[in-house]
Design a protein. Structure first.
Length: 128
């Protein structure tokens, strides 16, 4: 495979992955199988341009649409809920940590309760 075509194929694969929007085991398996199919097609058919690959398999958007049409919506929803839950948990932990730091700072400042005393020694030091 020529370097130009190899770079175009890598770009094509990245575009497909970017259009899938969900990272599930099912989508990873689909991508692995699809990447293999593209590589086999390129080797066996003697393709020289990326347009030939796009004509044979379709655009990245079409491939993503067909994958999502065949995928169970429940799997995608569960995955989205899991991500949302993890984000909410992370935000709650960050807020608790912030509240702890602010409270600890206030308590440590209030424990001093007065003026600080500074000693200043004047004169010359004496040698024993």
């Amino acid at each position: 495979m020529k370097q130009d075509l190899a770079a175009d194929v890598r770009r094509y694969k990245r575009q497909i992955k970017a259009n899938l929007l969900c990272a599930t085991k099912l989508s990873k398996q689909f991508l692995a199988d699809f990447y293999d199919a593209v590589d086999i097609y390129v080797e066996e058919s003697g393709v020289t341009r990326i347009e030939e690959i796009r004509d044979h398999f379709g655009s990245p958007e079409q491939i993503a649409r067909s994958f999502l049409a065949e995928t169970d919506v429940g799997v995608i929803r569960r995955r989205m809920r899991l991500k949302q839950g993890l984000i909410c948990l992370l935000i709650a932990a960050l807020l608790l940590w912030t509240a702890f730091v602010v409270t600890a700072t206030i308590i440590s400042d209030s424990g001093r309760g007065g003026y600080g005393v500074t000693y200043r020694i004047t004169g010359t030091p004496t040698d024993p």
